[in-house]
Ligand binder design. Sequence first.
Ligand code: AMP
Length: 541
Amino acid sequence: MQGLMMNYPLTLDRILAHANRMYPHKRISTKMPDGSIHRYTYADLYKRVQRLANVLKNLGVKEGDRVGTFAWNTYQHVEMYFGIPALGAVCHTLNIRLFPEQLAYVVNHAEDKVVFIDATLLPLYERVADKIKTVEHYVLINAPKGIETKLPNVLHYEDLMAEASDEFEWLTLDENAAMGMCYTSGTTGNPKGALYSHRSMFLHTIGENQANALGLTESDRVLMVVPQFHAMAWGLPYACAFSGAEMFMPGPHLKPEPLAEIIASEKITVAAGVPTIWLGLYHELRKNPRDISSVRAMIVGGSAMPRSLIEEYEKNLHVSVLHAWGMTETSPLGTVSKLHAHHQDLTDAEKWDIKAKQGYAVPLVEIRIVNDEGEELPWDGTTMGEVQVRGPWVIRDYYKLEGASEQFTADGWFRTGDVATISEDGFMQITDRTKDLIKSGGEWISSVELENTLMAHPAVKEAAVIAIPDEKWAERPLAAVVLTDDADGVTAEALREFLAPKVAKFWLPDKIVFIDDIPKTSVGKFDKKVLRRRYADGELG
Ligand code: AMP
């Protein structure tokens, strides 16, 4: 039909071209393994991505091939985010914290052809070297000359880049071609692969940059603590490039002290990471105060941000927390919890209640909650159901995995495995994972709510609640608690008294045990599977 818009494929090269054209002088900075800061611009990135695309072409990488990355957050890793898809190949970010068997499984399952490895991570990768079947070349990043390794066919990133041309003949790709791939962190069974397309990531980038979502602008300086292997660093490298925001990559420097330094000295405006990171940073800032007032949004997701920590940041450090929810399978952005106009007259305490929720669906993501029969439940703020989502950046099936279909409904929704309520005004609040809910005498107990309530006690640093078997009630809650360094003489009884006026009586944990650390998964979530095993082994009393 005449008069229609042009056919403009939504491919990622256009995001990079836009950054190069509009924001050539904006910087991408990296704290390198040796502590020095490497800086260059979007114009430099543009040139280097073309070199990288030529490097890959010279190595025989073809459209559709998977190329693995085993790396910290660095400018080279950003080059891979654009350079691998530029060839129509798939940037497969490998989780550096997987157990060796899982890592080998993931590389072999994806059939990676080339893998890029940060030299500092080489020993971790070498543990699986003899199990890998398809990798033809390994490319080391930041490796000293003459480094010894038992990996076969090893090349050096900068050598290859120096030899390649910095002019690449950009391809016209199908917007539905795959561009990236992440495996789930797999707390049960093998990790499962989610494959992102140019179109899905492009739309995700636009979605993420809306003012009602994360709303990055060219005045932002974004610190990406979330690893690039965790759901493509939540899409932030693309969102930064498209909006002209500056990126700061912390490399391996993920401890609270260097992060506090970076935020203060670089005048970071937006920082993104999981709650554990911000918990550590908060304690560091209490010990060694620094000026972090440049931060306009501390984006937090991956697990529930305790309400008490939101309050502490906002009240004591004047930093605004932006709670978001998503999954590897949803690219990841699903919901964000920004206050709406009708919240403005609420008290601070009421506002923190809202910010502790996971929030409303960003445009193009649809959410619903359903009961066990799959019937949709009301948005009344109290009815709990399983969260299902759909949208252009939500997975349709898993990569090369037969039989995972129970996670997809017949009418095209993805079953998240999260349980939540949704309020009348559309704010979702996650109460649990289906497998973590505690069923006591036929009634549900939310482990997340118990944890949040416990973590509001000033002596509690972290708390994880699991179900333990019980003859009478089928299951009862057990709370594993980590106390703060300055907590003195706090007893289980005192914590139970603290909880008593705040939760239903039958929710009160039968056992409260004190431990040194909550075990964490490869992406920093409470690993309740390990806690349950410890309990079964008699280690938790
Ligand atoms: P992953 O794919 O590793 O990011 O894990 C996704 C899961 O993390 C979700 O299904 C949730 O269970 C959990 N999650 C992510 N963000 C949040 C959040 N803001 N609050 C609570 N749980 C979250």
